[in-house]
Ligand binder design. Structure first.
Ligand code: SAM
Ligand code: DTB
Ligand code: SF4
Length: 333
């Protein structure tokens, strides 16, 4: 086994990615482990924490989402939170050991009238020494620059699934709309957090398609969240067959290989997984979790359960303190 860092590639074919998915699980896990050891020698698990700063009443019709106004999910909509209340939550997240604080709003797109308040939130959270992330829907020209100037590190905007399956999940926007916002963030110098959801009735070929689309973004998204669908009653996807831990681990291992320099976050869905299932996903190369007992609107494991999990596995929390050996684009000497 070599310890040389693996450089990201932007010329993956769908066939190559499908071939990784088709490997026997132990062989796939070994390949992912080689990449993890070479590129992330410390092997720590990064903690991100979420807060819904504006909940529900969203005009989009994403078939998985508790916050869409199109479906009766029993969720109470609320208006944009006050900066002080957000800051209090961020301080709590920092006290819990989170490195990154991610603020989510149930918007189709960011309105200019809300920008000043969101920028205030970003600056306040950044001043606490946390990495900042927001997910606010689509961005117009010029907005990403303002978020960046306020101290934004990451913008979360997921492709969710393959281009072919996307229309089965959401009809109120297109795949290219998503890519346009991602491009605007990149041009403004904001790092990308971009991944998808598994367990929405998609085929393995859609998982291949999602990873292939992400692999063409240059440099790769710095964070790739892999969500297992949290089934929400009242939504079109609320009764989907859950993805197995093995299939989730397989997708994570392929992501670790294809995105060697990116954080791979085992995101939504941990609440419904066993310790063993999460262990498999960590063995497959996931190196980040959402922590805290709530995601945006759904449950997540308690801190005590997460402490026990990492303790059992003999793994450690933390941001990386070693110098990254590879950047999104090239191997650094
Ligand atoms: N409205 C913004 C948007 O869609 O980009 C930001 C908030 S949205 C809730 C953020 C992401 O959460 C979605 O892109 C989706 O990938 C994920 N998500 C939402 N509901 C989910 C669910 N029930 N299970 C798993 N992931 C979910
Ligand atoms: C991401 O990929 N997953 C997070 C974050 N980015 C914004 C959101 C998960 C939401 C899960 C369902 C809920 O709590 O409403
Ligand atoms: Fe709205 Fe985002 Fe939920 Fe879609 S995922 S309905 S855009 S909050």
């Amino acid at each position: 086994m070599t310890n040389a860092a693996v450089a990201p590639r932007f010329d993956w074919t769908r066939e190559e990615i499908a071939a990784l998915f088709d490997l026997p699980l132990p062989d796939l896990l070994l390949r992912a482990l080689e990449v993890r050891r070479a590129n992330w020698p410390e092997g720590r698990i990064q903690k991100s924490q979420l807060l819904s700063i504006k909940t529900g009443g969203c005009p989009e019709d994403c078939g998985y989402c508790s916050q869409s106004a199109h479906f009766k999910t029993g969720l109470n909509a609320s208006k944009l939170m006050d900066v002080d209340a957000v800051l209090a939550e961020a301080r709590q997240a920092k006290a819990n050991g989170a490195d990154r604080f991610c603020m989510g709003a149930a918007w189709r797109s960011l309105k200019d009238r809300d920008l000043p308040k969101v920028c205030e939130m970003i600056s306040a959270v950044k001043a606490e020494g946390l990495e900042t992330c927001v997910t606010l829907g689509m961005l117009e020209e010029g907005q990403a620059e303002k978020l960046k100037a306020a101290g934004l590190d990451y913008y979360n905007h997921n492709l969710d699934t393959s281009r072919e399956y996307y229309g089965k999940v959401t009809s109120t926007r297109t795949y290219d709309d998503r890519l346009e916002t991602l491009d605007r963030c990149r041009k403004a110098g904001v790092s990308l957090c971009c991944g998808g959801i598994l367990g929405m009735g998609e085929q393995r070929s859609d998982r291949v398609g999602l990873i292939h689309e992400l692999s063409k973004i240059k440099p790769h998204p710095e964070s790739v969240p892999i969500n297992a669908l949290m089934p929400i009653e009242g939504t079109p996807l609320g009764k989907s067959e859950p993805i197995s831990a093995v299939d989730l681990a397989r997708a994570i291992a392929v992501s670790r290989i294809v995105f060697p320099a990116s954080w791979i976050r085992l995101s939504a869905g941990r609440e419904n997984m066993t310790e063993e299932g999460q262990a498999l996903c960590l063995a497959a190369g996931a190196n980040s979790f959402f922590v805290g007992s709530k995601l945006l609107t759904t449950a997540n494991p308690e801190a005590s359960e997460d402490e026990k999990l990492l303790d059992t596995l003999g793994m450690e929390w933390g941001p990386r303190t070693d110098k990254p050996q590879v950047s999104g684009e090239k191997v650094v000497a």
